[in-house]
Design a protein around this ligand. Sequence first.
Ligand SMILES: [Cu+2]
Length: 383
Amino acid sequence: MPVINLWAKDGYLSTPDGNSIYFWGFAKSESDPAQLPGPYIIAKQGETVTVNLYNTLSEPVSITFPGQPGVTAGGQPVRPQYSDGKLLSFVNHAEPGGMMSYNFTPTNPGTFIYESATNPHKQVPMGLYGGLVIRPADFKPEIKEYKTAYGAGTNTEFDREYLLITGEIDPYLHRAVENGKPYLVSKYLPRYWTLNGRCAPDTMLMDRVDYLPHQPYGSMVMGLPGEKILMRYVGAGIENHPLHPHGAHTRVVAVDGRLLRNGSIDLSYKRFTVLVGAGRTCDQIYQWHGLGYTPQNPIPTTLPNLRNMGVGDAGWTMWSGSPYLGVKGDIPVGVVSYNEFGEYYFMLHSHEELQITNWGEFPGGMMTMVAIYPSLSPDVGLL
Ligand SMILES: [Cu+2]
């Protein structure tokens, strides 16, 4: 039975334009830093989960688990909390300095969110949210037919998986909270848009880089040609985000943790852009095949001329010097190629274009890359 401890704390986020932003987040322990998003919770269908919330913030905090039936707090069914006749929390909360213990037994596999249910218009955008993945009861990652998002026989097998959580930040409102002033949601105007708590280009950095102690999760999607890459989108902000990866459509297999299937009829569908709504989740399978790609016939492209190779004045390029996946070719003298393995990159981003800036500066914000490698360790892309 998994027992997860979450500590509600404050800290400072880092943005690629050099800003430092006060936020609230969940930490793994008393000594770990608050993080955005909170620690991923991975549990199994039918197995009871205990989440212990320790509140170090100056106001009450609670956690709700949308999509999970029968959640209890302190052993009783959760219920709204009032103070002087006013609603304080949608579920039982931990007082400042206090704790609250929640229990639930997931009945459905899928991708979900967990988030604050106390002043959620303020506490969720401040960062009190995280992703929750429920494995199907028959999940067995070492057997292909049983490494699925929704159970054997549901056409949701995957080779690798990534959790991509969207969010936005209004730095003025975060500063107001830092200074003990009211959070006026009517003035909400985000300037930063995040994937797994980071703005591009930080989204493409590895997990747990030292210089982003409060933002441990990267969102670089990596895979091999033809692999089934499961992308679990979670909309944690209060805005909607039209996301798409380039290179291939995705097949949407579930929405809000519910499989798109009616009995024996598979209702999954292919889309280029998927709207990740506030509070919603969406599971999709991405497969990159290329235009006629096979290992024997790598890619039938012609070499672009030098001007179109993305060779910059700074002496760097994302061009490997060859049109073939995994093959390196000649590049101009003095130019550094970042395609170390001859891999391909496809952008994955919000199509609401202000959202791919950092305070108006492009590129940034809600953007990352899908990298298709010629070979890759099977350990990459596991939650
Ligand atoms: Cu695009």
